[in-house]
Design a protein around this ligand. Structure first.
Ligand code: PLP
Length: 399
Protein backbone atom coordinates (compact mmCIF):
# COMPACT_ATOMS: atom_id res chain seq x y z
CA UNK A 1 0.00 0.00 0.00
CA UNK A 2 1.24 3.52 -0.72
CA UNK A 3 1.16 6.42 1.76
CA UNK A 4 -2.26 7.65 0.74
CA UNK A 5 -3.91 4.22 1.03
CA UNK A 6 -2.38 3.81 4.51
CA UNK A 7 -3.61 7.21 5.59
CA UNK A 8 -7.08 6.60 4.21
CA UNK A 9 -7.20 3.26 6.04
CA UNK A 10 -6.20 4.97 9.33
CA UNK A 11 -8.88 7.60 8.87
CA UNK A 12 -11.47 4.95 8.21
CA UNK A 13 -10.43 2.77 11.13
CA UNK A 14 -9.93 5.47 13.78
CA UNK A 15 -11.82 8.55 12.70
CA UNK A 16 -15.46 9.31 13.36
CA UNK A 17 -17.30 8.81 10.14
CA UNK A 18 -18.79 12.33 10.00
CA UNK A 19 -17.33 13.21 6.58
CA UNK A 20 -17.22 11.45 3.25
CA UNK A 21 -14.23 13.06 1.54
CA UNK A 22 -13.08 12.34 -2.00
CA UNK A 23 -10.19 9.89 -1.69
CA UNK A 24 -7.39 12.30 -2.44
CA UNK A 25 -4.74 12.88 0.25
CA UNK A 26 -3.30 16.37 -0.05
CA UNK A 27 0.07 17.38 1.25
CA UNK A 28 0.92 20.81 -0.20
CA UNK A 29 -0.80 23.89 -1.59
CA UNK A 30 0.23 27.04 -3.40
CA UNK A 31 -2.14 29.59 -4.91
CA UNK A 32 -4.95 27.81 -6.73
CA UNK A 33 -3.15 24.45 -6.70
CA UNK A 34 -2.80 21.57 -4.25
CA UNK A 35 -0.67 18.42 -4.57
CA UNK A 36 -1.39 14.91 -3.34
CA UNK A 37 1.05 12.53 -1.68
CA UNK A 38 1.96 11.05 -5.09
CA UNK A 39 2.95 14.49 -6.37
CA UNK A 40 -0.09 14.93 -8.62
CA UNK A 41 -1.24 18.55 -8.97
CA UNK A 42 -4.88 19.66 -8.81
CA UNK A 43 -6.69 22.92 -9.39
CA UNK A 44 -8.66 23.47 -6.17
CA UNK A 45 -12.22 24.47 -7.04
CA UNK A 46 -13.53 24.28 -3.49
CA UNK A 47 -11.07 26.50 -1.59
CA UNK A 48 -11.92 24.72 1.67
CA UNK A 49 -15.53 25.88 1.38
CA UNK A 50 -14.33 29.43 0.58
CA UNK A 51 -11.85 29.72 3.45
CA UNK A 52 -8.87 29.87 1.08
CA UNK A 53 -10.07 32.83 -0.99
CA UNK A 54 -6.55 34.30 -0.95
CA UNK A 55 -5.04 31.08 -2.38
CA UNK A 56 -3.21 28.34 -0.55
CA UNK A 57 -0.33 29.35 1.72
CA UNK A 58 -0.32 32.99 0.68
CA UNK A 59 3.26 34.13 1.43
CA UNK A 60 2.29 37.40 3.11
CA UNK A 61 -0.25 35.75 5.43
CA UNK A 62 2.31 33.04 6.16
CA UNK A 63 4.93 35.65 7.03
CA UNK A 64 2.51 37.44 9.37
CA UNK A 65 1.64 34.15 11.02
CA UNK A 66 5.26 33.07 11.51
CA UNK A 67 6.29 36.48 12.80
CA UNK A 68 3.42 36.64 15.27
CA UNK A 69 3.78 33.00 16.32
CA UNK A 70 7.37 33.61 17.28
CA UNK A 71 6.40 36.60 19.42
CA UNK A 72 3.05 35.95 21.15
CA UNK A 73 0.22 33.55 20.33
CA UNK A 74 -2.32 33.63 23.12
CA UNK A 75 -3.06 35.84 26.08
CA UNK A 76 -6.74 34.99 26.54
CA UNK A 77 -8.99 37.99 26.89
CA UNK A 78 -8.04 38.22 30.57
CA UNK A 79 -5.35 40.59 29.28
CA UNK A 80 -5.10 42.81 26.24
CA UNK A 81 -2.85 42.15 23.28
CA UNK A 82 -1.24 44.46 20.75
CA UNK A 83 -3.05 43.02 17.70
CA UNK A 84 -6.75 43.07 18.56
CA UNK A 85 -7.14 46.85 18.51
CA UNK A 86 -5.56 47.03 15.05
CA UNK A 87 -7.85 44.29 13.75
CA UNK A 88 -10.89 46.16 15.10
CA UNK A 89 -9.76 49.41 13.46
CA UNK A 90 -9.05 47.74 10.13
CA UNK A 91 -12.29 45.72 10.07
CA UNK A 92 -14.33 48.77 11.06
CA UNK A 93 -12.70 50.88 8.34
CA UNK A 94 -13.30 48.19 5.73
CA UNK A 95 -16.88 47.28 6.62
CA UNK A 96 -18.27 50.29 8.46
CA UNK A 97 -19.21 48.22 11.51
CA UNK A 98 -19.32 49.93 14.88
CA UNK A 99 -18.84 46.96 17.19
CA UNK A 100 -16.97 43.72 16.60
CA UNK A 101 -16.77 40.45 18.49
CA UNK A 102 -14.05 38.00 17.43
CA UNK A 103 -14.60 34.26 17.68
CA UNK A 104 -13.01 31.22 16.01
CA UNK A 105 -15.33 29.10 13.89
CA UNK A 106 -18.23 30.25 11.77
CA UNK A 107 -20.73 28.39 13.92
CA UNK A 108 -19.45 30.27 16.97
CA UNK A 109 -20.06 33.57 15.22
CA UNK A 110 -23.63 32.44 14.46
CA UNK A 111 -24.18 31.36 18.08
CA UNK A 112 -22.77 34.66 19.29
CA UNK A 113 -25.16 36.62 17.10
CA UNK A 114 -28.12 34.54 18.30
CA UNK A 115 -27.23 35.20 21.93
CA UNK A 116 -26.65 38.91 21.41
CA UNK A 117 -29.79 39.48 19.41
CA UNK A 118 -31.97 37.63 21.90
CA UNK A 119 -30.61 39.81 24.70
CA UNK A 120 -31.10 42.89 22.55
CA UNK A 121 -34.70 41.77 22.05
CA UNK A 122 -35.34 41.63 25.80
CA UNK A 123 -33.39 44.70 26.86
CA UNK A 124 -33.92 47.08 23.97
CA UNK A 125 -36.93 45.95 21.95
CA UNK A 126 -38.95 44.95 25.02
CA UNK A 127 -39.79 41.37 24.06
CA UNK A 128 -41.08 39.41 27.11
CA UNK A 129 -38.34 37.24 28.66
CA UNK A 130 -37.97 33.84 26.98
CA UNK A 131 -40.22 34.72 24.01
CA UNK A 132 -37.68 35.93 21.44
CA UNK A 133 -38.10 34.54 17.94
CA UNK A 134 -35.62 34.48 15.09
CA UNK A 135 -36.73 33.95 11.50
CA UNK A 136 -34.50 31.70 9.40
CA UNK A 137 -34.82 30.23 5.91
CA UNK A 138 -35.53 26.72 4.72
CA UNK A 139 -32.45 24.90 3.39
CA UNK A 140 -30.19 27.14 5.46
CA UNK A 141 -26.71 26.19 6.48
CA UNK A 142 -25.25 28.10 9.42
CA UNK A 143 -23.09 25.43 11.09
CA UNK A 144 -23.30 22.35 13.24
CA UNK A 145 -23.91 23.31 16.88
CA UNK A 146 -27.08 22.21 18.66
CA UNK A 147 -28.91 25.53 18.42
CA UNK A 148 -27.99 25.90 14.77
CA UNK A 149 -29.08 22.42 13.74
CA UNK A 150 -32.28 23.00 15.71
CA UNK A 151 -33.43 25.24 12.86
CA UNK A 152 -31.94 23.23 10.02
CA UNK A 153 -34.36 21.70 7.52
CA UNK A 154 -31.79 19.10 6.43
CA UNK A 155 -32.71 15.75 8.03
CA UNK A 156 -29.05 14.61 7.97
CA UNK A 157 -27.99 17.66 9.95
CA UNK A 158 -30.86 17.54 12.43
CA UNK A 159 -32.36 14.10 12.95
CA UNK A 160 -31.37 12.30 16.14
CA UNK A 161 -29.84 15.29 17.89
CA UNK A 162 -32.84 16.57 19.87
CA UNK A 163 -34.07 18.01 22.15
CA UNK A 164 -33.83 21.12 20.03
CA UNK A 165 -33.41 24.79 20.88
CA UNK A 166 -36.74 26.60 20.48
CA UNK A 167 -37.30 30.13 19.25
CA UNK A 168 -36.87 29.83 15.48
CA UNK A 169 -39.36 30.19 12.65
CA UNK A 170 -38.57 28.83 9.22
CA UNK A 171 -39.75 30.54 6.02
CA UNK A 172 -38.93 29.81 2.38
CA UNK A 173 -35.72 31.43 1.11
CA UNK A 174 -36.22 34.20 -1.41
CA UNK A 175 -39.84 34.87 -0.44
CA UNK A 176 -39.99 38.25 1.30
CA UNK A 177 -43.76 38.12 1.78
CA UNK A 178 -43.42 34.82 3.68
CA UNK A 179 -40.91 36.56 5.91
CA UNK A 180 -43.30 39.48 6.36
CA UNK A 181 -46.04 37.08 7.43
CA UNK A 182 -43.76 35.41 9.98
CA UNK A 183 -42.83 38.65 11.78
CA UNK A 184 -44.61 39.29 15.07
CA UNK A 185 -43.94 41.48 18.09
CA UNK A 186 -41.52 38.89 19.51
CA UNK A 187 -39.38 38.71 16.37
CA UNK A 188 -35.90 39.90 17.24
CA UNK A 189 -34.03 38.96 14.08
CA UNK A 190 -33.97 37.45 10.63
CA UNK A 191 -30.88 35.31 10.02
CA UNK A 192 -30.22 34.75 6.31
CA UNK A 193 -27.42 33.74 3.94
CA UNK A 194 -27.13 36.20 1.01
CA UNK A 195 -26.67 33.18 -1.27
CA UNK A 196 -27.35 29.70 0.10
CA UNK A 197 -24.01 28.01 -0.48
CA UNK A 198 -24.41 24.57 1.01
CA UNK A 199 -27.91 24.29 -0.43
CA UNK A 200 -26.29 24.43 -3.88
CA UNK A 201 -25.52 28.11 -4.57
CA UNK A 202 -29.12 29.30 -4.49
CA UNK A 203 -29.38 32.96 -5.46
CA UNK A 204 -32.57 34.72 -4.31
CA UNK A 205 -34.65 36.76 -6.75
CA UNK A 206 -33.42 40.29 -7.32
CA UNK A 207 -35.13 42.74 -4.95
CA UNK A 208 -35.50 40.13 -2.20
CA UNK A 209 -32.98 41.67 0.15
CA UNK A 210 -34.18 45.20 -0.52
CA UNK A 211 -37.63 44.13 0.65
CA UNK A 212 -36.22 42.12 3.58
CA UNK A 213 -34.26 45.19 4.66
CA UNK A 214 -37.43 47.33 4.50
CA UNK A 215 -39.40 44.78 6.50
CA UNK A 216 -36.73 44.48 9.18
CA UNK A 217 -36.42 48.25 9.53
CA UNK A 218 -40.19 48.77 9.65
CA UNK A 219 -40.65 46.11 12.34
CA UNK A 220 -37.53 46.77 14.43
CA UNK A 221 -36.14 43.36 13.50
CA UNK A 222 -32.35 42.90 13.38
CA UNK A 223 -31.19 41.75 9.96
CA UNK A 224 -28.33 39.29 10.42
CA UNK A 225 -26.58 38.26 7.22
CA UNK A 226 -24.42 35.17 7.43
CA UNK A 227 -21.59 36.10 5.07
CA UNK A 228 -19.30 33.39 6.39
CA UNK A 229 -19.20 31.85 2.92
CA UNK A 230 -20.33 34.72 0.66
CA UNK A 231 -18.23 37.41 2.34
CA UNK A 232 -14.67 38.59 1.81
CA UNK A 233 -14.71 38.76 -1.95
CA UNK A 234 -16.21 35.41 -2.88
CA UNK A 235 -19.11 36.88 -4.87
CA UNK A 236 -17.09 39.68 -6.45
CA UNK A 237 -17.86 42.21 -3.72
CA UNK A 238 -16.35 42.52 -0.25
CA UNK A 239 -19.76 41.54 1.14
CA UNK A 240 -22.55 39.98 -0.91
CA UNK A 241 -25.06 42.46 0.58
CA UNK A 242 -23.51 45.06 -1.73
CA UNK A 243 -25.11 43.38 -4.75
CA UNK A 244 -28.46 44.73 -3.53
CA UNK A 245 -27.10 47.91 -2.02
CA UNK A 246 -28.32 47.09 1.46
CA UNK A 247 -26.65 46.97 4.85
CA UNK A 248 -27.25 44.31 7.45
CA UNK A 249 -27.45 45.26 11.13
CA UNK A 250 -25.23 42.32 11.98
CA UNK A 251 -22.84 40.59 9.57
CA UNK A 252 -21.10 37.31 10.26
CA UNK A 253 -17.75 36.56 8.70
CA UNK A 254 -15.29 33.69 9.12
CA UNK A 255 -13.53 31.28 6.78
CA UNK A 256 -11.47 33.60 4.50
CA UNK A 257 -10.97 36.02 7.39
CA UNK A 258 -7.78 34.03 7.97
CA UNK A 259 -7.11 32.99 4.37
CA UNK A 260 -7.37 29.42 5.59
CA UNK A 261 -4.48 29.59 8.04
CA UNK A 262 -6.40 29.53 11.29
CA UNK A 263 -10.01 29.52 12.50
CA UNK A 264 -11.02 33.16 12.84
CA UNK A 265 -14.56 34.51 12.72
CA UNK A 266 -16.23 37.73 13.75
CA UNK A 267 -19.59 39.29 14.44
CA UNK A 268 -19.76 42.76 12.90
CA UNK A 269 -22.57 44.80 14.32
CA UNK A 270 -24.10 48.16 14.93
CA UNK A 271 -23.51 49.43 18.46
CA UNK A 272 -26.97 48.60 19.69
CA UNK A 273 -26.95 44.81 19.32
CA UNK A 274 -23.44 43.91 20.49
CA UNK A 275 -23.72 46.77 22.98
CA UNK A 276 -25.95 44.62 25.20
CA UNK A 277 -23.16 42.16 26.06
CA UNK A 278 -21.45 42.84 29.38
CA UNK A 279 -18.30 41.27 30.89
CA UNK A 280 -18.82 37.61 31.70
CA UNK A 281 -21.77 37.09 29.36
CA UNK A 282 -19.89 35.71 26.36
CA UNK A 283 -16.37 34.80 25.37
CA UNK A 284 -13.82 32.33 24.11
CA UNK A 285 -10.29 31.49 25.25
CA UNK A 286 -8.97 31.75 21.73
CA UNK A 287 -11.31 34.42 20.28
CA UNK A 288 -9.36 37.59 19.48
CA UNK A 289 -5.96 36.04 20.23
CA UNK A 290 -2.93 37.85 18.84
CA UNK A 291 -2.02 35.11 16.37
CA UNK A 292 -5.56 35.06 14.95
CA UNK A 293 -5.63 38.84 14.75
CA UNK A 294 -2.26 39.09 13.00
CA UNK A 295 -3.30 36.43 10.50
CA UNK A 296 -6.68 38.09 9.89
CA UNK A 297 -5.07 41.49 9.40
CA UNK A 298 -2.75 40.07 6.74
CA UNK A 299 -5.58 38.09 5.12
CA UNK A 300 -7.74 41.22 4.79
CA UNK A 301 -4.82 43.29 3.56
CA UNK A 302 -3.89 40.98 0.69
CA UNK A 303 -7.53 40.48 -0.26
CA UNK A 304 -7.90 44.21 -0.83
CA UNK A 305 -4.40 45.24 -1.93
CA UNK A 306 -3.95 42.45 -4.43
CA UNK A 307 -7.27 43.13 -6.17
CA UNK A 308 -8.73 39.72 -5.36
CA UNK A 309 -12.29 41.02 -5.02
CA UNK A 310 -12.21 42.61 -8.47
CA UNK A 311 -10.61 39.46 -9.88
CA UNK A 312 -13.40 37.38 -8.36
CA UNK A 313 -15.95 39.51 -10.19
CA UNK A 314 -14.11 39.31 -13.51
CA UNK A 315 -13.10 35.67 -13.37
CA UNK A 316 -16.50 34.77 -11.94
CA UNK A 317 -18.26 36.25 -14.96
CA UNK A 318 -15.82 34.48 -17.25
CA UNK A 319 -16.19 31.14 -15.45
CA UNK A 320 -19.99 31.42 -15.52
CA UNK A 321 -19.98 32.26 -19.22
CA UNK A 322 -17.77 29.20 -19.82
CA UNK A 323 -20.04 26.91 -17.84
CA UNK A 324 -23.10 28.25 -19.67
CA UNK A 325 -21.50 27.59 -23.03
CA UNK A 326 -21.10 23.86 -22.31
CA UNK A 327 -23.65 21.92 -24.32
CA UNK A 328 -24.60 18.86 -22.33
CA UNK A 329 -27.89 17.06 -21.91
CA UNK A 330 -27.11 16.22 -18.29
CA UNK A 331 -26.87 19.86 -17.20
CA UNK A 332 -30.09 21.18 -15.72
CA UNK A 333 -28.94 24.59 -14.50
CA UNK A 334 -25.83 26.72 -14.23
CA UNK A 335 -25.72 29.55 -11.71
CA UNK A 336 -23.33 31.70 -9.78
CA UNK A 337 -22.19 35.07 -8.61
CA UNK A 338 -18.53 35.97 -8.60
CA UNK A 339 -16.53 32.83 -7.97
CA UNK A 340 -19.36 31.05 -6.18
CA UNK A 341 -20.69 28.83 -8.95
CA UNK A 342 -22.65 25.64 -9.41
CA UNK A 343 -23.77 23.23 -12.07
CA UNK A 344 -26.96 21.36 -11.26
CA UNK A 345 -27.27 18.05 -13.06
CA UNK A 346 -30.41 16.36 -14.29
CA UNK A 347 -31.58 13.60 -11.92
CA UNK A 348 -30.90 11.02 -14.69
CA UNK A 349 -27.20 11.96 -14.59
CA UNK A 350 -26.90 9.61 -11.62
CA UNK A 351 -25.57 11.97 -8.93
CA UNK A 352 -22.84 14.59 -8.90
CA UNK A 353 -20.24 12.62 -6.98
CA UNK A 354 -19.11 10.43 -9.88
CA UNK A 355 -18.47 13.58 -11.93
CA UNK A 356 -16.38 14.99 -9.08
CA UNK A 357 -14.31 11.80 -9.18
CA UNK A 358 -13.93 12.12 -12.94
CA UNK A 359 -12.80 15.74 -12.51
CA UNK A 360 -10.34 14.65 -9.83
CA UNK A 361 -8.79 12.17 -12.24
CA UNK A 362 -8.31 15.07 -14.67
CA UNK A 363 -6.70 17.19 -11.94
CA UNK A 364 -9.58 19.38 -10.79
CA UNK A 365 -11.04 19.17 -7.28
CA UNK A 366 -14.69 20.12 -6.87
CA UNK A 367 -17.36 19.08 -4.42
CA UNK A 368 -20.78 17.65 -4.92
CA UNK A 369 -23.55 19.08 -2.82
CA UNK A 370 -27.06 17.73 -2.33
CA UNK A 371 -26.64 14.81 -4.75
CA UNK A 372 -27.12 16.62 -8.05
CA UNK A 373 -25.05 19.78 -7.82
CA UNK A 374 -21.34 20.36 -8.40
CA UNK A 375 -19.98 23.47 -6.80
CA UNK A 376 -17.07 25.47 -8.23
CA UNK A 377 -15.40 27.98 -5.93
CA UNK A 378 -11.70 28.36 -6.75
CA UNK A 379 -9.40 30.73 -4.87
CA UNK A 380 -9.99 34.34 -5.93
CA UNK A 381 -6.49 34.55 -7.41
CA UNK A 382 -7.41 32.31 -10.33
CA UNK A 383 -6.25 33.55 -13.76
CA UNK A 384 -8.02 33.50 -17.12
CA UNK A 385 -5.73 30.71 -18.37
CA UNK A 386 -6.54 28.63 -15.31
CA UNK A 387 -10.26 29.16 -15.88
CA UNK A 388 -9.78 28.09 -19.51
CA UNK A 389 -8.00 24.94 -18.35
CA UNK A 390 -10.74 24.22 -15.78
CA UNK A 391 -13.41 24.66 -18.44
CA UNK A 392 -11.74 22.12 -20.74
CA UNK A 393 -11.79 19.51 -17.97
CA UNK A 394 -15.38 20.31 -16.93
CA UNK A 395 -16.54 20.12 -20.53
CA UNK A 396 -14.85 16.74 -21.00
CA UNK A 397 -16.59 15.35 -17.94
CA UNK A 398 -20.03 16.80 -18.64
CA UNK A 399 -20.24 15.96 -22.33
C1 PLP B 1 -23.01 30.23 5.51
C2 PLP B 1 -22.24 29.47 6.54
N1 PLP B 1 -22.42 29.75 7.84
C3 PLP B 1 -21.76 29.10 8.80
C4 PLP B 1 -20.86 28.11 8.50
C5 PLP B 1 -20.16 27.36 9.61
O1 PLP B 1 -18.81 27.68 9.67
P1 PLP B 1 -17.80 26.71 10.46
O2 PLP B 1 -17.73 25.44 9.69
O3 PLP B 1 -16.50 27.47 10.47
O4 PLP B 1 -18.35 26.52 11.83
C6 PLP B 1 -20.64 27.76 7.16
C7 PLP B 1 -19.71 26.67 6.81
O5 PLP B 1 -19.75 26.09 5.74
C8 PLP B 1 -21.35 28.46 6.15
O6 PLP B 1 -21.19 28.17 4.86
Amino acid sequence: MNISSNLIASEQRLGANNYKPLDVVLTRGEGVHVWDTDGKRYLDCLSAYSAVNQGHCHPKILAAMVEQASRLTLTSRAFRNDQLGYLYEELAALTGSHKILPMNSGAEAVETAIKAVRKWGYEVKGVPEGMAEIIVCANNFHGRTLSIISFSTDPDARTGFGPYTPGFRIVPFGDAEALAAAINTNTVAALIEPIQGEAGVIIPPSGYFTRVRELCTANNVTLILDEIQTGLGRTGKLLAEEHEGIEADVTLIGKALSGGFYPVSAVLSNSEVLGVLKPGQHGSTFGGNPLACAVARAALKVLVEEGMIENAEKMGDYFLEGLRSIRSNIVKDVRGRGLMLAVELEPEAGGARQYCYALKDLGLLAKDTHDHTIRFAPPLVITREQVDWAMEQIEKVLT
